[in-house]
Design a binder for this molecule. Structure first.
Ligand SMILES: [Zn+2]
Length: 146
């Protein structure tokens, strides 16, 4: 899959919720997103980065890259007061690194690819990636945050 890069206006377009149950095409799209994330050495990828203006993203923050997670219709329900600043890159903003200050944990409500509602608290790197991908779904890029 081709990654949509800045300044493509598509990255700024609104995204819409995914409907359940997922079709076979939706499942295939998720698999392709995971593959594309690994292929580009990313740790997160939002659907609108590969041309689908839908509210989902994939993430794998493990060292072995063996635990891809899928987040559909995600909503941040809780955020830490404590924030940390770290450098972030983005597959849609090649060669750019930006210091971004973000809450150290978030509580996220989302659906898995089987349509089950989930709630989980994510910390540090996972929290950061989730907030980065949520920004994508809102049409926001790290270059807006510097
Ligand atoms: Zn990004």
């Amino acid at each position: 899959m081709r990654i949509v890069e800045q300044p493509d206006i598509f990255l700024r377009e609104p995204t819409t919720n995914v409907k359940f149950p997922l079709s076979q095409e939706d499942q295939a799209l998720i698999d392709q997103m995971i593959e594309t994330m690994y292929h580009n050495n990313g740790i997160g990828l939002a659907a609108n980065q590969v041309g689908y203006a839908r509210r989902m993203f994939v993430m794998d923050t493990t060292t072995n890259k063996t635990d891809p997670m899928v987040f559909i219709n995600p909503v941040i329900k809780k955020k830490a007061h404590e924030k940390l600043t770290e450098e972030e890159g983005c597959l849609s903003c090649p060669k750019k690194l930006v210091d971004v200050k973000r809450p150290v944990y978030v509580g996220l409500e989302y659906y898995c690819r089987h349509g089950e509602e989930q709630y989980k608290t994510f910390y540090y790197l996972s929290s950061r990636v989730i907030q980065h991908e949520m920004d994508h779904l809102e049409g926001k890029l790290i270059t807006d945050l510097s």
